[in-house]
Design a protein around this ligand. Sequence first.
Ligand code: SF4
Length: 151
Amino acid sequence: MKYYNFDIVFQEIPDEVTLAVNITNCPNGCKGCHSPHLHHDIGMNLDENEIDQLLTKYGRQITCFCFMGGDATPKEVARLAGYVRRKSALKVAWYSGKKQFPETFPSFDYVKTGPYQPEYGGLKCRNTNQRLYRNLDGKPVDITSRFWKSV
Ligand code: SF4
């Protein structure tokens, strides 16, 4: 599993300062995809060593580590999420582009589901098909409406 780049972001996960790591080799092929370069199997290997380096550099500036994508290898995303949890006190999130609710949900504090569909818009649109779930004591709680408050 490889990643193209990363960024510290403030809006992808409510109330969190998030290191968003953009994973490549996306299999979803959404119409109107905002990041077609992520369709290709390019970038740097995302493994324990790479995560250690990211945590050393940015761990104190963030509250959440988010895997952006990785639908081609969901078990690997969950495995590395477990690694981040063992190595830090950060929350761990996954932005999946799949419609299905993932069986690996317990590995995360937040999971976003749903492909991007231009006719429904992203999470900030009230009629979006996408959902963001918070893991509260093992139960998925839909917090998508948190994106709508300021709209
Ligand atoms: S999941 Fe994201 S990167 Fe993948 S095709 Fe859809 S919009 Fe593009």
